[in-house]
Ligand binder design. Sequence first.
Ligand SMILES: Cc1ncc(COP(=O)(O)O)c(C=O)c1O
Length: 402
Amino acid sequence: MPPHPLFFQGGNGSRLTDLDDNTYLDYVLGWGPVILGHGHPGLTEAVQNQLPHGATYGAGHVLEAEVAEMVIERIPGAERVLWSNTGSEATQVALRLARGATGRRRFIKFGGHYHGWSDAMLVGYRPGPTGDLARGSEGQPEAVLDDVTIVDWGDIEAVRRLLQGDEYAAVFCEPVLCNSGVLAPPENFLTELRRVCDATGTVLVFDEVITGFRMSRGGAAERYDVEPDLVVLAKAVAGGYPLAAVAGRAEFLELTTSGVVHAGTYNGNPVVLAAAKATLEALDEPSVYETFENHGRKLGEGFAQALTAHGVPGTINQVGPVVQCMIGVKEAATFTDFLAADQKFYDRLLVHMLRRGVFTLPGGRWYLSAAHSEHDVEQTVDVFEAALKATLADGATPATVS
Ligand SMILES: Cc1ncc(COP(=O)(O)O)c(C=O)c1O
């Protein structure tokens, strides 16, 4: 990360302190999971209370069921939950469940959507050196491409056409495309996806690794009122501890007791489940989600006003506590719009923000936590504007795309 990698000594609430004792308002939040802020007292206490009782049992325990019930109560359509460690693992088991249930091999995903780094899933995320949306990594076999078809986000006709052939086990999506522009789903798109999956016996998977417990208490499924068959959860679920889950319909999840293998030494260990219980309880405190909306809006509007005031073309997208800044594009509704944003200008802006004590992700995305105060948000908008001025004063001019 420019201008050089940062190393931190610790965090507290909305702030992180680096090894040189510089303190930053943190909008990286560990790339999303730290939804309560750093060192949240209730979460820390819950983990500390569990530690003397052991790290893992390799057998059932009460927290597994207790926290599964909390997830079932929150996530629309969830009847069963399985525990895993990371989003990348959980998306793999979701795919395996879909294949096990349907007897079909292929799946659909959308361009720019990220579902972890496994061979099967790391396709169509970013254009490769030749501009094609194919494999994401050296070392990934070409054969993975036989299993997946990449469709443009929002192209329901393409999905409908592909699903006619009874070939596809599942459709995977980030219901809000957070990894590529914070693009809300086009109107009625998720409902139409649900319909076409129902009509063709295809498993609909919402990858809510980012949106889960963040876009609302019940994630994007609740926000957009659509019940997928399977929901993949990670990041916010345990407030920064390594936990992931697949929640969904019993008929799919129960396949793990009759032939679909899901394994993992650390799955559902009591330490991370204690963290998840404390996190979900803390997110239930009054007005957490209302504050997410207000702070998200305030941050987004503040950035947009600063861009206008300084004549810098750009777009701000915001859904709940996730904000995306794209320089040089007038409107960003598609993955192509997102790719057109002027990343070089943003990188320079980011360095000026770091110098002024704001730590944020490369690429333009911002995460808010429950620990960010209104004052933090106001201060951040001021820093954004000052950083914008400094970037322009350096002589940088945003590349504009019409
Ligand atoms: C939408 C989405 N799915 C899956 C993953 C993979 O999760 P993990 O990094 O825990 O493997 C990520 C990670 O950023 C993600 O954003």
